[in-house]
Write a protein that binds this ligand. Structure first.
Ligand code: ZN
Ligand code: ZN
Length: 274
């Protein structure tokens, strides 16, 4: 499935414009609803360019501000507007003298979302008793808010380039032998150690980035000793594998080992007696 969020946002925005143009105050609630849908759609569109980095549990996040915060954790420039230009460098590493612009992208950023999305929400409901006592919904305020949002969303949807998303990525095979799936991770600028979780199995890794750019991946594992005290063989387990009920056959002595909870006395038992 590849939903066309920009198209859906355009359709919602058009419906909002129709409601606003009716001139009827009560219909502004429907405009507010459509504008909220447009904000959701442009934010989901932005999230689409982070699809492979987004932990699967975040796919259920529907509130635009929460989703944008997740994207900002992945990339601090996720909600920044920008211009895409290119040019031929005379000298490698030195910006080209002549740049050609491909276009600018206006992103509906977190500040825009915070300032508008929730404020529209109160107009989707009947005025509360308190609001009724002070005259009900302030339609004039809502109309000017709707007009402002139409201008902003029009600019976002008119951007000739969109979903600009640059970054340095690393790709490796999950080091959990039972998984081995391809793991892809953005490497934030200037971060020497980047924790990475395999979305497929939950195994934790750390990518170490040297100043030269060389990357090494190491699994975050723990030595777990065989249950047979005479064996002493230690197996390396990922943290997500150390859970009650997990078992394995020791490759050294063949003992079936199982992880379980145990209760320990906090102080020597004899001190508590009596
Ligand atoms: Zn894995
Ligand atoms: Zn053993």
């Amino acid at each position: 499935m590849n939903p066309h969020f920009r198209q859906r946002a355009r359709e919602a925005l058009q419906r909002a414009k129709t409601e606003i143009a009716s001139g009827c105050d009560e219909r502004l609630s429907y405009a507010a609803l459509e504008l909220r849908m447009a904000i959701e759609a442009v934010t989901y569109e932005r999230a689409k360019s982070f699809e492979k980095e987004l932990p699967p549990q975040e796919y259920d996040v529907w509130q635009p501000s929460k989703l944008m915060k997740v994207l900002l954790e992945l990339e601090p420039l996720a909600d920044a507007s920008g211009t895409l230009s290119f040019g031929l460098e005379d000298e490698p590493g030195v910006p080209a003298k002549e740049m050609r612009t491909l276009g600018s992208e206006k992103v509906f950023n977190l500040k825009d979302i915070k300032g508008s999305y929730d404020a529209l929400g109160s107009f989707l409901h009947h005025p509360t008793l308190r609001q009724l006592n002070s005259g009900g919904h302030d339609w004039r305020k809502l109309r000017s808010r709707c007009d402002e949002l139409v201008v902003k969303l029009d600019a976002v949807l008119a951007s000739p380039v969109f979903n600009i998303n640059f970054g340095t990525f690393t790709t490796f095979n999950c080091m959990n032998e039972d998984c081995g799936k391809t793991v892809r991770k953005r490497l934030p600028r200037g971060q020497a150690e980047v924790p990475v979780v395999c979305f497929e199995c939950g195994a934790e890794h750390v990518v170490q980035v040297e100043q030269t750019g060389t990357q090494t991946v190491r699994p975050v594992v723990q030595d777990v000793c065989c249950a047979n005290p005479e064996c002493g063989h230690a197996l390396k387990l990922f943290r997500h594998q150390i859970r009650a009920g997990a078992y394995w056959k020791c490759p050294e002595c063949g003992t079936q080992c199982r992880v379980g909870f145990a209760v320990f006395a906090d102080t020597p038992v004899s001190q508590n007696a009596g």
